[in-house]
Design a protein around this ligand. Structure first.
Ligand SMILES: [Zn+2]
Length: 115
């Protein structure tokens, strides 16, 4: 139930921002979700629909827009950057495993739209 936890966390955050800005209703939220964040977008959306209607008056019916951020890994050996999903931990350019993820495991609020 990883997704549900993340959904609650995001809703809490958006709700707090909305309350600080005296917003009565949040229309939609745009999230950036990394390809390798372990979040399943379709499951995330199901959790979202349920949670906005049950957890926050201010966010009832709030739409969710998901932007997927590509996973990128950097190789320490040859400095190349490559697609994490395609090649995993081994650098496709030099075969080194001294690599680290530079992008793609984040879940970030990008935009909050209100009436
Ligand atoms: Zn390399």
């Amino acid at each position: 139930m990883h997704e549900l936890g993340v959904v609650f966390h995001i809703i809490k955050k958006v709700d707090k921002i909305a309350s600080e800005n005296k917003v009565e209703h949040v229309n939609s939220v745009t999230l950036e979700i990394g390809e390798v964040s372990m979040i399943v977008p379709s499951y995330f959306e199901d959790c979202w629909k349920w949670a906005v209607d049950n957890r926050s008056e201010r966010m009832k019916g709030c739409k969710l827009i998901i932007n997927i951020i590509k996973g990128v890994t950097k190789c320490e050996n040859c400095n190349a950057e490559y697609s994490t999903v395609e090649h995993g931990k081994i650098c496709p350019h030099c075969g080194s495993d001294k690599t680290f993820l530079i992008r793609g495991n984040e879940v970030m609020i990008k935009e909050i739209e209100v009436f």
